[in-house]
Design a protein around this ligand. Structure first.
Ligand code: TRP
Ligand code: ZN
Length: 860
């Protein structure tokens, strides 16, 4: 991302230098109060540079109180306090004690970064640079500190007071106050510090490690949620076991705590021994959580737990290397979920996500390499590129050297760099060391932005009776890459002939495949199976060939994507010709799939019709109304052609048990797919089935889907459905998030509905989950957001303006959804430009929002 209009300083990778001063240990003191918390930090300061130079402490939104060196007040002439920190001009010697004191107001901190109030608790969020909003500090990840933390506060308000590590002591003070001391034996950067205090309920479990140590597990929740933690505990224990079994990694403290927080900017945070979670990623029971949310909980609990090694024990030298911990940890959590559920289904979900969100980011104005070259506001770089593409690059490494060697490489990396802050280079060289050879061009994946586009040219060689496939990486000039290309060859009847794993290093590869017979009949080739490298292909395979793959590819992931490609091809042709092209190949493929007996969840994905955004991204067309018309036509066609089959499918899977097993999840998914198609029957005679499904649901997945489907097809039952749902769930804020979202996710003119919903007493713009449910869902609904008259853009920019004052991170994240506007037709780019320029002129423009606006405006 580059930006010209913003004025905040740019941080450049090439400018990185180690911190001249370090603070290897500190004592932190908190006198908690909702409005006036006093914080004191007592640092051991040591010089790391060659000779003494001024010492800068970061600090933002702090009220400075005092500064001492070795106990003596520092002469005000010798330091400068500014809105970004304190510059100590003349540090006296190479090592000394530095004591700094300040005040903060957690109750007024709506940014949800630093120390803030959520519900009845105070909690912290410090990654990446929130610590400087709590206390003056050398707030960078290469400054590792041993923490000892004393917290005192009124017992009635803060009966529970937590921080990282082990509880050393607790005592009653005068005047109803209590004091606790926590100590973390592991040095860590400021971003992994956490504090939580409030009226919380403690739930408890335990885990025995492979070496026989007993770990206490605790989950803290607000009152009323204590019955919703058992799935989270099970997930945590599975993750702990898996990391031992797969990588030999044991947990290193005696206590592991999780706190569920209502107001949280992202998913969760891996603070050492004290993970903080968005409540929606902890709390679940069969009545209130969908199958998707159960799976997210499993994955995110594992993800944060896995950070204990990849992120915490071995941490980052600087924020440019964020993907070192995030890409790696996402890959680890994907692998975990593959092992816990179904590998093909999990891979399909991950690739769908990558294609729907990361590919567009990489093709739009926000495109950046997984190792960004520069940033203004680090918060803006917690992107799908750093996370998901980063994970694809790690997966690629595992493809290139094999998973067993990868495990060795990871162990080597962790033992070599334990307790240090490192870069992707240390990771890559550990992998090379484990493999016993170097991997040319691998490092370029960290520097090259954009999704590689590989063109595939086929030609027949009469001399050798071979088909020759020429692969060309069209963007390889500056940064040639290395690819793992899993290929398979089939004959026309669909028989698997050969499989091969090829490594392509550099811009070209040539694949030679024997013709099927002496007449030179062409075999059918499947490339980059299961997306063995994160690429886009420009490969003109005929629909007939793709259809064979959609039926018989032995790799379930590529079989699924072959069918999707058939559908995209139909849209491409129909958009080009302006009418519904021949649909029979799609109908045939579906007809052939009934009764094959694929695993249920897998089959439900296979039958799912791609959404509007997916279609639009895949065919590169942004005329949403046209696509939508075709989409409805296609679904109705499938619906009426296969009415009987869907009725049978529905009947066969109707009786479900509300438990989280593969079989029951599969049944719920399949019957929902059947119901979905039936609802598109123009006669509308099946709507009563959805109404019944919602009323009789035993599991939230059934209840939500029925309501969503009725909304999507604009049923006359939709209002009843929405009201019924609300009456049942009005006391459960997390379920209401789903209710808000469902009403704006699909269809035109949802801005008007959103305008009513934001006046709803349970809507709250300060709560990120509500913002995501309403505003993000709306902005991801192209029919409403990219409506020709620009009303979607005006609606959203008005809300971004408010969020700029309340929560800059959310404001910036929402603004990123304007990225595809330059591709829109008619007046839309102009209207977007006007709206975004309006935002850029705001008097209190935040760093976060300023950077994103600058980047998108540059593209308009
Ligand atoms: N490190 C967190 C993760 O596991 C993500 C994170 C970064 C985060 N910044 C945050 C979470 C702010 C909550 C709030 O991916
Ligand atoms: Zn993470």
């Amino acid at each position: 991302m580059t930006s010209s209009s913003s004025t905040s300083p740019v941080h450049k990778l090439e400018d990185y230098r180690p911190s001249p001063w370090l603070t290897p240990s500190l004592e932190l003191r908190f006198d908690l109060d909702l409005h006036l918390t006093v914080v004191r930090a007592d640092y051991e300061v040591v010089l790391q540079a060659e000779k003494i130079e001024p010492l800068f402490l970061n600090g933002e939104s702090l009220e400075f109180l005092s500064l001492r060196i070795d106990g003596a007040i520092v002469d005000p002439e010798d330091y400068q306090v500014s809105p970004t920190g304190i510059l100590i001009l003349y540090p006296p010697k190479e090592s000394f004690r530095l004591t700094v004191e300040n005040r903060i107001c957690p109750a007024e901190n709506t940014s949800l970064e630093g120390l803030y109030k959520s519900g009845s608790m105070l909690c912290t969020q410090n990654e990446p640079e929130g610590f400087r909003k709590i206390v003056y500090s050398i707030d960078r990840p290469d400054n590792m500190m041993r923490f000892r933390v004393t917290i005192s506060g009124e017992e009635s308000l803060f009966p529970v007071m937590l921080s990282n590590g082990n509880l050393l002591s607790e005592k009653q003070l005068e005047g109803g106050k209590r004091e606790v001391v926590w100590e973390d034996p592991f040095p860590k950067p400021s971003y992994l510090f956490a504090l939580v205090a409030g009226e919380l309920l403690e739930t408890k479990d335990s885990f025995q490690t492979g070496s026989g140590r007993q770990i206490t597990l605790k989950i803290f929740v607000e009152k009323g949620n204590e019955e919703k933690v058992s799935f989270a505990f099970d997930s945590l224990k599975k993750a702990m076991k898996w990391d031992e079994d797969t990588f030999g990694l044991e947990y290193d403290l005696d206590l592991f705590m999780i706190v569920a927080v209502e107001d949280f900017n992202m998913g969760a945070m891996e603070n050492k021994g004290l993970n903080l979670f968005n409540a929606k990623l902890v709390l679940a029971d069969k009545k209130s959580a969908t199958d998707e949310s159960f799976e997210s909980i499993l994955a995110v609990i594992a993800h944060e737990y896995f950070h204990n090694w990849t992120g915490n024990r071995v941490t980052l030298r600087n924020w440019f290397n964020l993907t070192l911990k995030e890409g790696l940890t996402v890959f680890r959590d994907q692998w975990f979920t593959e092992d816990m559920t179904d590998p093909a289904v999990k891979r399909i979900k991950d690739v769908l996500f990558l294609k729907e969100f990361q590919f567009p980011e990489d093709q739009g104005p926000m495109s950046h390499p997984i190792l960004p070259k520069s940033y203004r506001e680090m918060n803006n770089f917690y992107t799908v590129t750093v996370y998901e593409k980063g994970a694809e690059v790690i997966r690629l490494v595992s493809e290139l050297i094999g998973r067993e060697t990868f495990k060795k490489g990871l162990k080597l990396y962790l033992s070599k760099y334990d307790g240090q802050g490192v870069t992707f280079e240390e990771f890559v060289s550990s992998m090379e060391e484990a493999a016993g050879h170097s991997i040319p061009n691998l490092r370029n994946w960290y520097h090259r932005g954009g999704t590689p586009l590989l063109s595939v040219q086929e030609k027949y060689s009469k001399d050798s009776n071979e088909w020759i496939l020429d692969l060309l990486d069209t963007g390889a000039s500056e940064y040639p890459l290395v690819y793992s290309n899993s290929i398979a060859v089939f004959d026309r009847e669909g028989k698997l002939l050969t499989e091969e794993k090829r490594i392509m290093s550099g811009a070209r590869d040539q694949i030679r495949i024997a013709a099927l017979d002496s007449k030179g009949t062409k075999p059918i080739v499947s490339l980059f199976r299961s997306l063995s490298s994160p690429v886009r292909l420009d490969y003109n395979q005929s629909d007939e060939e793709i259809q064979v793959l959609a039926k018989v590819e032995t790799d379930g992931v590529s079989r699924f994507f072959a069918f999707q490609n058939l559908i995209f091809d139909w849209f491409r042709k129909s958009i080009a010709s302006g009418r519904e092209e021949n649909f029979s190949i799609i109908l045939e493929t579906i007809a052939d799939s009934f009764g094959v007996g694929w695993e249920k969840t897998y089959y439900s994905f296979y039958l799912s019709f791609p959404g509007l955004t997916q279609i639009s991204e895949n065919i590169g067309c942004y005329e949403f109304t046209k696509i939508q018309k075709l989409r409805v036509w296609a679904i109705q066609n499938i619906s009426t052609t296969f009415t009987k089959n869907f009725q049978i499918l529905l009947e066969e899977n109707r009786k479900t048990i509300p438990i989280q097993t593969k079989e029951e999840i599969g049944k719920r998914k399949l019957k929902n797919i059947a119901l979905y198609y039936l609802l598109y029957d123009p006669s509308r005679k099946f709507e009563r089935l959805a109404v019944m499904e919602q009323r009789e649901a035993k599991h939230m997945s059934e209840e939500v889907s029925a309501m969503k489907f009725l909304l999507e097809v604009d049923s006359k039952e939709k209002e009843n459905a929405v009201n019924l749902f609300f009456e049942k769930w009005k006391k459960d804020s997390l379920v209401l998030d789903v209710w808000f979202a469902a009403q704006v996710t699909a269809g035109e003119d949802r801005c008007k509905i959103a305008e009513n919903l934001e006046k709803h007493p349970q809507f709250n713009i300060r709560n990120p989950n509500k913002v995501r449910s309403l505003y993000f869902s709306l902005a991801r609904n192209p029919l409403s957001f990219h409506k020709e008259d620009g009303s979607g853009y005006t609606f959203l920019s008005e809300r971004i303006k408010r969020l700029n004052e309340i929560n800059p991170q959310m404001a910036a994240a929402l603004t990123k959804l304007y990225s595809p506007v330059s591709k829109q037709k008619g007046n839309l780019p102009k209207i977007a430009k006007r709206e975004l320029e309006g935002l850029a002129a705001l008097p209190n423009l935040s760093k976060e929002l300023g950077e994103v606006l600058g980047t998108i405006l540059n593209s308009l």
